[in-house]
Design a protein around this ligand. Structure first.
Ligand code: FAD
Length: 451
């Protein structure tokens, strides 16, 4: 019988077990549903990325991608009926909304006697699989990562030979939103694989040393490609095994973080909006006009702390921020400006091209101390020393903060010390880091003692 391959976060033809399952059931329809519940709230960068990725998938399918708009619980059964399909194939979705949506679609398909067949997931190891010996979820990364590696993952699957596609009318790939000057790299499976190959040859060897350096092209920049499943982590893990060494181990660990945060969210879906650690989560955050002004300065990259401002401007310029700088700017919002991490997380989700609920929440909650950091009470990033350590010559700052381009070397991290005073147009510091840090530590102490 004809099968429907319903693409979601797996916009690729290679190493796609669900696609293989669909095509081995019979000739298939390649379906993507533009769900207003997901498309509407997504920020312009993610909508643009998705639109480009769908265009690339459609091209790879010689124009046979069937795009339909609407609630999947109505659209998917309608397409199944239209094609007299015997099955609908997907990669399992473990996200908070995705789970609920899939349950609704499965229910609606049951009325047609058509099964929703889940094969594979967007992760190397599916959420919920890795458990402690007592059968409990892990809350700390290192033991999770050991158990994750023991669990292992299957080898990549080959793309089906001579796939047979059935054509149906398509509403067409949704138009890209206005990006306001933001520059995005090329999306789609070919671009993802090309980026991986290039970076594997030129970047991977130095990853262990340079992954924390935002001034270098030290990381893979694969996050948006992974987010949309243009490449699967299994493909990367199989390749890494052929390039053993410290850097490959480190890269494997980063892919494990992605699985870890998906696992945390799977076990505790409420942490999409609420703290995992409720004791630390009870910390006092500032609200009201002063907090709003502080948040605005942060969001615009006008805090007066160069590494923070560079990061927030990088976000708006390219929809991506280096991991080290994500930690620095998140720490600054929560611990220097005392603003709720959730506000920052929402801002990130809006502007990131790789915005992913599990990784973003995991990252923010780790920094805020409400998540999986085992030492939540006293870690406060110093934006000046972080800048000097990880952007030693100040190149990253100068790339994104034009007001500071005239300042040479690492002095760019403390422009208030320059003999000529602050360069024109660059703001004064919105807070004194030393005082803000002391205040943060006081508030964390309150949560610990319940004072
Ligand atoms: P590389 O260093 O090349 O790593 C390879 C891949 O491993 C990444 O593409 C990513 O899929 C995964 N990875 C690496 N670090 C992490 C991590 N700490 N957590 C989870 N996965 C990781 N990542 C997202 O994909 N989406 C987000 O919305 C997101 N929000 C974040 C928010 C904060 C506050 C923090 C601190 C981190 C966040 N991260 C997020 C994780 C990380 O910053 C990015 O995955 C990374 O910067 C992407 O760049 P890269 O592909 O060059 O990474």
């Amino acid at each position: 019988a004809t099968a429907v391959m319903w693409f979601r976060r797996d916009l690729r033809l290679r190493d796609n077990p669900a696609l293989r399952a669909a095509l081995s059931a019979g000739p298939a329809i390649a379906l993507f549903v533009v769900d207003p519940a997901l498309w509407g709230p997504a920020g312009a960068p993610r909508r643009a990325w998705l639109s480009r990725s769908l265009r690339a998938l459609d091209a790879a399918l010689d124009g046979r991608l069937v795009v339909r708009h609407g609630d999947p619980a109505e659209v998917v059964p309608a397409v199944a009926r239209e094609a007299a399909a015997g099955s609908v194939h997907v990669a399992a979705d473990f996200g908070v909304l995705g789970r609920r949506r899939d349950a609704g679609v499965e229910e609606a398909l049951r009325g047609l006697d058509v099964p929703l067949v889940r094969t594979g997931s967007p992760y190397a190891v599916a959420p919920g699989t890795v458990l402690t010996k007592q059968g409990e979820p892990f809350r700390v990364f290192t033991p999770f990562s050991r158990a994750w590696a023991r669990e292992g993952w299957p080898p990549p699957v080959h793309a089906p030979r001579a796939p047979r596609w059935v054509e149906l009318p398509s509403d067409g790939v949704p138009a890209e939103p206005e990006l306001d000057g933001m520059q995005l790299p090329e999306a789609g499976e070919e671009a993802a694989l090309a980026r991986w190959r290039r970076w594997r040859e030129r970047g991977l060897g130095a990853y262990a040393d340079s992954r924390n350096r935002p001034d270098l092209d030290g990381t893979s920049s694969l996050s948006a490609h992974l987010k949309y499943g243009e490449v699967h982590p299994r493909t990367l893990l199989a390749d890494l095994a052929k390039h053993p060494g410290e850097s490959a181990d480190r890269f494997r660990t980063e892919l494990c973080w992605r699985d870890f945060y998906a696992d945390v969210l799977w076990h505790a879906p409420h942490t999409a909006r609420a703290p995992l650690n409720q004791q630390v989560g009870a910390i006092r955050y500032d609200t009201g006009p002063a907090a709003d002004a502080a948040f605005a300065a942060w969001a615009q990259g006008r805090t007066g702390y160069p590494i923070v401002d560079a990061g927030m401007r990088q976000l708006r310029a390219v929809g991506w921020v280096h991991n080290r700088v994500r930690m620095i700017v998140a720490s600054f919002l929560v611990k220097d400006l005392h603003v709720d991490w959730l506000r920052g997380a929402r801002h990130f989700m809006h502007w990131l091209r790789d915005g992913d609920l599990a990784s973003n929440n995991g990252g923010w909650q780790w920094v805020a101390g409400t998540g999986t950091d085992a030492a939540p009470y006293f870690r406060v990033f110093n934006p000046v020393t972080q800048g000097k350590s990880f952007d030693p010559d100040g190149e990253y700052v100068r790339r994104y903060v034009p007001e500071l381009r005239g300042v040479a070397g690492g002095a760019v991290h403390e422009p208030w010390l320059l003999p000529g005073g602050l360069p024109a147009g660059y703001p004064e510091r919105v807070v004194d880091h030393g005082e803000a840090r002391a205040e943060a530590l006081r508030r964390y102490e309150e949560t610990r003692t319940g004072a």
